[in-house]
Design a protein around this ligand. Structure first.
Ligand code: HEM
Ligand SMILES: *[C@@H]1O[C@H](CO)[C@@H](O)[C@H](O)[C@H]1NC(C)=O
Ligand SMILES: *[C@@H]1O[C@H](CO)[C@@H](O)[C@H](O)[C@H]1NC(C)=O
Ligand SMILES: *[C@@H]1O[C@H](CO)[C@@H](O)[C@H](O)[C@H]1NC(C)=O
Ligand SMILES: *[C@@H]1O[C@H](CO)[C@@H](O)[C@H](O)[C@H]1NC(C)=O
Ligand SMILES: *[C@@H]1O[C@H](CO)[C@@H](O)[C@H](O)[C@H]1NC(C)=O
Ligand SMILES: *[C@@H]1O[C@H](CO)[C@@H](O)[C@H](O)[C@H]1NC(C)=O
Length: 320
């Protein structure tokens, strides 16, 4: 190759590399921590084999991380004298789980590669590996997120969608994060696994009319109308196949079997009915939309380059 074209190739490569420096990349740890992905996968697989619901809990942790100031592991920070963390926020308190599993994965990854792999990336990979462990689709996780040095309880309360939301509220909450209605419906398919507490579905089973009445009665048996009793009693978000990552969540919605008010809002005569029907009738359409939307969600405001830090312990800022 002539040296002039060699030089111009180099210029192009350097330009590409610097343009990509603020981007995430699937190969981010290939040199710095080649064992990272296998270490995370094996820990997630064993945690999910031990307790299938853990796959749901780990998927939800990544969602609740990304929607609050981007995917930066802010959700993992404990309260301290100077940080009021997100774990005490209304959508998270006595609800989010999986912290011990993440701490255990982080310890194994640190043993392999000291202060190299971020907690935010561990959450993103663990979410994918959880979905795969429960029979769902796989996708390539982009990497290189750095961890926050702060958290925001207030932003967790303002930015995460609530189960009382109607379709317009849900659409707004996802649009605020750059996610459109197709992404929103696909990501809501995360509710094909996991459980919810009575306090989050009580209003839907007593006050809403868009729920199968046989299902409502049977849920009411373990979730009394009066708040304060049975608040934490669990029911599966997808009663058809609670631990399988499939598209039954969507066929449930078509037959008025959503557990949360917000779930059934996606199929209640509004603009998302068609997408719900299409995911109900095609598991491959759901799988590809879910995978694409997870990558999109994982790209929300990542900290890269010299922003943030790589925490040594996921529940605390380095040196604190
Ligand atoms: C559309 C707006 C959403 C609302 C209003 C919502 C609300 C909720 C609520 C209230 C629970 C039950 C929590 C409890 O009882 O402790 C829950 C559980 C869950 N959510 Fe969502 N969620 C939404 C979207 C998502 C998304 C986008 C994902 C992931 C892609 C997701 C994944 C999960 C999972 C897997 C569980 C079960 C967790 C477990 O069993 O530990 N959710 N959600
Ligand atoms: C990990 O790296 C940090 C900072 O580079 C250092 O302070 C710490 O001692 C290292 N820990 C181990 C176990 O090597
Ligand atoms: C939900 O939407 C209604 C209008 O449909 C609006 O008045 C209300 O402020 C919204 N609430 C939230 C929490 O976004
Ligand atoms: C949502 O965004 C995806 C790409 O990110 C696109 O393929 C899809 O058509 C969009 N859907 C709507 C309803 O705009
Ligand atoms: C149902 O609606 C009534 C009237 O708005 C309200 O007082 C009650 O708290 C709601 N929830 C349940 C579980 O009854
Ligand atoms: C509700 O579900 C039951 C099965 O549990 C079914 O027999 C019934 O037809 C459904 N009701 C309606 C109105 O679709
Ligand atoms: C954070 O809180 C959890 C639960 O209370 C605890 O197990 C963990 O050790 C805490 N982390 C630190 C660094 O203190």
């Amino acid at each position: 190759m002539a040296s002039a074209s060699c030089l111009s190739l180099l210029v192009v490569l350097v330009a590409l590399a610097s343009a990509a420096s603020a981007q995430l990349s699937s190969t981010f740890y290939d040199t710095s921590c080649p064992r990272a992905l296998a270490t995370i996968k094996s820990a997630v697989t064993s945690a999910v084999n031990n307790e299938p619901r853990m796959g749901a809990s780990l998927l939800r942790l990544h969602f609740h991380d990304c929607f609050v100031d981007g995917c930066d592991a802010s959700v993992l920070l404990n309260d301290t004298a100077t940080i009021t963390g997100e774990q005490g926020a209304i959508p998270n308190r006595n609800s989010l789980r999986g912290f011990t599993v993440i701490d255990n994965i982080k310890a194994q990854v640190e043993a392999a590669c000291n202060q190299t792999v971020s907690c935010a990336d561990i959450l993103a990979v663990a979410a994918r590996d959880s979905v795969v462990a429960l029979g769902g689709p796989s996708w390539t996780v982009l990497l290189g997120r750095r961890d926050s040095t702060t958290a925001s309880k207030a932003n967790a309360e303002s930015d995460l969608p609530a189960p009382s939301f109607d379709l317009a509220n849900l659409t707004q909450a996802f649009a605020n994060k750059g996610l459109n209605v197709t992404d929103m419906v696909a990501l809501s398919g995360g509710h094909t696994i996991g459980q919810a507490q009575c306090r989050f579905f009580r209003d839907h089973i007593y006050n809403d009319t868009n729920i199968n009445s046989t299902l409502a009665s049977s849920l009411q048996a373990n979730c009394p109308r009066a708040s304060g009793s049975g608040d934490a009693t669990l029911a599966p978000l997808d009663a058809t196949s609670p631990t399988a990552f499939d598209n039954a969540y969507f066929s449930n919605l078509v037959s008025q079997r959503g557990l949360l008010h917000s779930d059934q809002e996606l199929f209640n005569g509004g603009g998302t009915d068609g997408t719900v029907r299409s995911f109900a009738s095609s598991s491959s359409a759901f799988s590809s939309a879910f995978a694409a939307a997870m990558v999109k969600m994982g790209n929300i405001s990542p900290k890269t380059g010299s922003q943030g830090q790589i925490r040594s312990t996921c529940s605390k800022v380095n040196g604190s």
